[in-house]
Design a binder for this molecule. Sequence first.
Ligand code: FE2
Ligand code: FE2
Length: 255
Amino acid sequence: MQFASGRSPWDFSQRLRLYERVRAKSGWRPDRDIDWDAPLALSPERLELASQLACTGSYTEEIGLLTCGRLLSSLDDLPARYMMGLQIADETKHSEVFTRLAHRMSGAAPPPPPDNVNRICDDLEGIRDPISLFLVHTLLEGFAHDQFKFIAPTFEGDPLGAAYQFVIRDEARHVAMGIDYLRFALHRNVSDEVLETIEWCEANVRAIGFISPVLMDWLAGISGQPSSDIAELFEARHQARLDRIWKRGRYHEEA
Ligand SMILES: [Fe+2]
Ligand SMILES: [Fe+2]
């Protein structure tokens, strides 16, 4: 399947401008912009949760890094590879900042990744088609963004809370760039194969990302918000992203 054939010079320059704006906004640094000397003012229960989140975050962000690396080498479109390069730079910082936090809390490297993380990794490795991987990656980043939004307020004033704020903003930009690009690319080359790809991703992405009632209950426990409200918001935001990518048959190229 050819990816995003028929790019116009106008589109090329617009896309590069978008990436420049994104780059200008992601200039934070884990070493400089987190107050590593701030005391950990967390209850023992919250400290344990923070440690668990930091350890998991170091691995899940590494999955994002590795997935972008695969996409960078497999997408047959230069601007898409630039976008992946931008995301790789950010995902490196995300993994690093969580690893630093985990190290600070435990004094050691994070323990081996939990089974859930290994399964996400295996599921993503099993996706060989670049468009499917790009779509699943972008939708998973949307889910990650939404999870972080519910978790972050609990750690406000703590280095973990500060890290989440930087990561949330980066993920929002990654999702926006991914949606923008997928909308362009998928509508360039509509075929049964593309439609089947979208259908497969829609049917499987929740299971790949562990988006389930168990996750909603866990987020409710952390955030204090009803799990039904959280589930509703997750689904509404997910559908809005799909609508923006696919436009449900009503898409017209702005150019
Ligand atoms: Fe990330
Ligand atoms: Fe990301």
